[in-house]
Write a protein of this length. Structure first.
Length: 276
């Protein structure tokens, strides 16, 4: 059913970020905990590859939430009902910093997968664990291999009913504003007709300035927006569709840096593709 997307939100400012002391105190503990937890998950998945699927979601969520707790990062979630819509979907999120990984994990869908850059495969434990969890690596230096990864993601959606987390910008924005959207997610939507659920995150720029190693305690707001129906999309519309969905994000990010290209004329396009 087609409906009108929610009105553009007023500028949101979370509570003032806290000091850096907590991150500095807990960083060594969090670093060690991160790999102990992931090591345990790797053992569970390695020994019980089939049975572990029952526990996988809770373990992934537990890892993400525990990491956020150690760093003093709280989540304020709106539109949870859109995240929880039954069936496979493509969850698109703006990518600001490395903290995003913990947020995705704490909000994990079941069954779910994530597309990640191939460079993560070189990190100990991560490299072993991620493909065994069904996550899909993307080689950004090879168009042919990247397309193969997109085809694998489409197959996971069509064959296994898996929801896929993706960052359509393709890389971190590091607080410089919303980057242009790559077309990979939209081609997956075209192949699968799976709905797209935008996940707009705000507040990361304040607690992780520049996307670097400085981390302050604070609050991140997540707005899950109504699913976007892709069932009638055509190949010739991909760039137009990606612009409309990106504009959907910009409505919520205004007036943050990098939102000057927000186009009110695309509001109607967004309205045509949003579902209640």
């Amino acid at each position: 059913m087609t409906g009108t997307p929610p009105p553009r939100q007023e500028t949101w400012h979370g509570p003032p970020p806290g000091g850096v002391w907590r991150a500095r105190v807990f960083f060594p503990v969090a670093f060690i905990w991160c790999f102990i937890y992931l090591g345990f998950l790797a053992v569970v998945v390695g020994i019980f590859p089939k049975r572990s699927r029952k526990w996988r979601t809770q373990l992934i969520r537990g890892w993400g939430k525990s990491m956020l707790f150690m760093f003093g990062v709280k989540l304020e979630v709106h539109g949870q009902q859109y995240h929880d819509v039954p069936g496979a979907k493509i969850l698109l999120a703006n990518h600001v910093s490395l903290i995003d990984l913990f947020i995705y994990s704490g909000q994990w869908s079941d069954p779910g997968s994530v597309m990640y850059k191939k460079e993560f495969s070189k990190i100990p434990v991560f490299g072993f664990l991620m493909p065994r969890l069904g996550f899909i690596a993307v080689d950004r230096n090879s168009r042919e291999k990247a397309q193969a990864s997109m085809a694998a993601a489409a197959a996971r959606i069509n064959d296994d009913g898996v929801s896929i987390w993706m960052a359509p910008e393709g890389t971190r924005s590091r607080g410089k504003g919303l980057g242009n959207f790559k077309l990979g997610a939209f081609h997956i939507a075209l192949q699968t007709k799976a709905p797209i659920v935008p996940s707009v995150m705000r507040g990361l720029e304040e607690i992780n300035p520049g996307g670097g190693m400085t981390l302050l305690s604070g609050t991140v707001r997540i707005d899950y927006l109504p699913p976007i129906d892709t069932s009638s999309w055509e190949l010739s519309e991909m760039r137009e569709r990606s612009r409309a969905v990106r504009n959907h994000f910009l409505r919520y990010l205004l007036p943050a840096p990098g939102t000057m290209d927000y186009d009110p004329a695309l509001e109607e396009d967004a309205a045509k593709t949003a579902k209640d």
